[in-house]
Design a protein around this ligand. Sequence first.
Ligand SMILES: Nc1ncnc2c1ncn2[C@@H]1O[C@H](COP(=O)(O)OP(=O)(O)O)[C@@H](O)[C@H]1O
Ligand SMILES: [Mg+2]
Length: 396
Amino acid sequence: MAQLAASIITHDDEFKRQVAQMLRACGVPVGIVEGARVATEGPGPDLVVVDIRGDVSTGMAAIERLRVTQPSVAIFAIAATAEPDLILQAMRAGANEFFPWVPGGASQASRAMEDSFQGAVRRAGARREAATAGARQPCVTHVFLGAKGGAGTTTVSVNCAVELARLTKRPTAIIDLKPCLGEVALFLGVRPRFTVLDAIENLHRLDRDFLRELMARHKSGLDILAASEQFDRPNAQDASAIEELLRVLSRLYDYIVIDAGNMINACAVSALYAADTIFLVTNPDVPSIRNAQRLVDRVRQLGAGSERVKILLNRVSDQHLIAPKQIETALGYGIHHAFPSDYRTVSTALNSGVPLALTNHSEISAQFGSFTRHLLGLQDDAKPEPEKRKAFLGIL
Ligand SMILES: Nc1ncnc2c1ncn2[C@@H]1O[C@H](COP(=O)(O)OP(=O)(O)O)[C@@H](O)[C@H]1O
Ligand SMILES: [Mg+2]
């Protein structure tokens, strides 16, 4: 699904934080757009929340201005009280929805307000889907998050991205969001000239041509935005710029794959909010499962849509004592896909910089193919050697 871009007009930071949280938790991917950060390419936000609790006349003027400059934007007015006069005034100025602000979170009135607000956001999302249907296939964003370092997040995300580009022949990009020394470009044997930092530091000029300069190209057709080379960036201060970058990319690409590393930092959170699917990559060992449990809980807390989480079990072998059923019970999710352990094949591909999807006929490359076909809703016609497949399925 395409992301809904929302912006919040207020002078109250706490209000902004609470409204952003309500927007995020409504079940559709929502990107928060900071007014100052809007990139050059493409339209403005789809939805604007205007705070009219304090200075009513300034709030009304902001609504009127928005309605004139962006006729199709959904405007939500939030007022201190639900006075009929105020509702009428807001509607006349051009607001589509009106909500009395009920702070406090836990009270029944506050929950009722939150429910009706979120219902209105979902309706705005559905209306936008309907309006853009047929114009262009909405971009699909897959985020890969590792339960711990070495789980195979980069391996799985790189091979999935190459397969997506190869199978669809549609514009596909992989973004390495790991702060410093991410390995996506290395895994693909590509030497990048620019990184994620160049993109977020030039947001104001981030149009199609400039982005094309920043991306490195893999021979499969996949575009790569390589990881920053600075140890402490991107960091929390860069999170909203990352969010805006992902929004711009979603207008240029049909498929976006994000290697989010193995920590839920502020930038990974931006990616999680933009995700259609969050693939949690874990191994069948106790530390990985324990971390995966924590990450699943954190995603739920963030309201990033725990229904979007899918578990990938990597490095499955008959040496492991934890049965897949136990893992599913511990995580509260079924295993979406499993990849066998095959160090020799994976590390040969890594050392040569040629992804498995392009070279190999092993069981693990068949699994990457089958995983990606399934993502695309294509029939799985991968036919690995029957003996190897039988052995792998036997483990599961
Ligand atoms: N299915 C697998 N079988 C065997 N080794 C694997 C597998 N997947 C990844 N590896 C190896 O594990 C190491 C870490 O993989 P990587 O993708 O860099 O993990 P992460 O990005 O989660 O840190 C690499 O040396 C890689 O070759
Ligand atoms: Mg990695």
